[in-house]
Design a protein around this ligand. Structure first.
Ligand code: NCD
Ligand code: ZN
Length: 340
């Protein structure tokens, strides 16, 4: 009989949106319950683009989560980012990575980078000091089909970055395509990728199942089934190039159920449960620990967490709504449960 519990080293989330203010206080405890550390995205309004802003945000996160959780901060890259400020935040231990949002690619990316050449001085500095670049890998050119934006980003931009900065550590975030899987696999050890639960579970049909489903809409948008299968195979393969990053991105219900609904899924409350279901379906439960708790810190050069968490094979009912936000899997019954 299959084992009834699964105990793994405490995991981390290498990509999460915790927001600010009331929303932060509401959502951050869910991430802190599941994960020891998380790479916190800087796409607030205004963005987290200075050392002082990151310090203040980190303090607010810690107030929201209480002790036992470590937020790992990121700097939002803009056309104006100063390499000196980047290095100062890194050497003072305030931020660990910087985030490249192509301007206009996603939620709160208006201040993002308009031409990737504009940040070459910053990238050169990051390469020199060993600071990781996190990338939202989608082009924003309106002529490019929304389902092709990740693949075209790899062809037009990422391949150039990898060539021009061979020692820069890059994380291609929330990968959704077989092209992304293949590119990451074929690149050297400085390129890795994070994988979300939703891109392991949903294909693009989910967005149109019986009607328009705003709670299945995130960016990058879910792709065809063949892409989902490729991403699943990569995540569960045991390769150190793929690790956990939820991209939990909460929006109030009204902001998603709208004529122009926001992109993003709130998956933090049941993230490990989601991943466990996928790994079990793929016959790879033995690989969940390295995906969730080992490959990420190894890539970032951080120590592994002490301690463990345990998932129990037990039914858990996902609420229809959590604090005005519709969570991923709302209304479903999951078959793994994270113990307190
Ligand atoms: C994110 C958000 O809402 O901040 N949305 C999303 O669909 N993933 C931004 C992002 O990561 O693209
Ligand atoms: Zn994100």
């Amino acid at each position: 009989m299959a084992s009834q519990t699964l105990t793994i080293r405490r995991p981390d989330d290498w990509h999460v949106h915790l927001r600010d203010g009331d929303m932060l206080r509401k959502v951050a405890p869910y991430t802190a319950r599941q994960f020891a550390r998380a790479i916190v995205m800087p796409n607030l309004v205004p963005p987290i683009a200075s050392v002082d802003a990151a310090r203040g945000y980190r303090k607010r996160i810690l107030e929201a989560t209480g002790p036992g959780f470590t937020p790992l901060m990121t700097c939002y890259l803009t056309d104006e980012t100063s390499p000196d400020e980047l290095e100062r935040g890194f050497s003072e231990g305030v931020w660990l990575a910087a985030k490249l949002y192509p301007a206009g690619a996603t939620t709160n990316s208006a201040s993002g980078v308009t031409n990737f050449r504009n940040i070459y001085p910053s990238l050169a500095r990051m390469e020199k000091i060993g600071m990781v670049l996190c990338v939202h890998g989608e082009v924003t050119d309106p002529d490019v089909d929304v389902f092709d934006r990740e693949t075209v980003f790899i062809q037009r931009i990422l391949s150039t970055l990898v060539e021009d900065f061979p020692s820069l550590k890059i994380v291609l975030e929330h990968i959704t395509t077989k092209e992304a899987v293949a590119f990451v696999q074929s690149a050297g050890p400085n390129l890795a990728a994070t994988v979300t639960p939703q891109h392991l579970i949903l294909n693009r049909n989910a967005i149109f199942a019986g009607g328009l489903r705003p709670h299945a809409y995130c960016l990058p948008v879910a792709k065809r089934e063949k892409h989902r299968l490729a991403v699943r195979e990569a995540a569960t393969s045991g390769s150190p190039k793929f690790f956990l990053g939820t991209d939990s991105a909460p929006h109030a219900r009204q902001a998603k159920e709208s004529a122009c609904g926001c992109a993003g899924l709130f998956n933090a409350p049941f993230a490990l449960e989601s991943y466990a279901i996928v790994f079990e379906e793929e016959g790879a439960l033995d690989k969940l620990e390295i995906f969730a708790s080992v490959h990420g810190p190894a890539f970032y050069g951080l120590p592994l967490n002490e301690g463990t968490v345990t998932l129990e094979r037990a039914k858990v009912q996902v609420p229809a709504e959590i604090g005005g936000i519709v969570p991923f899997h709302a209304g479903e019954t999951l078959r793994w449960r994270l113990l307190a």
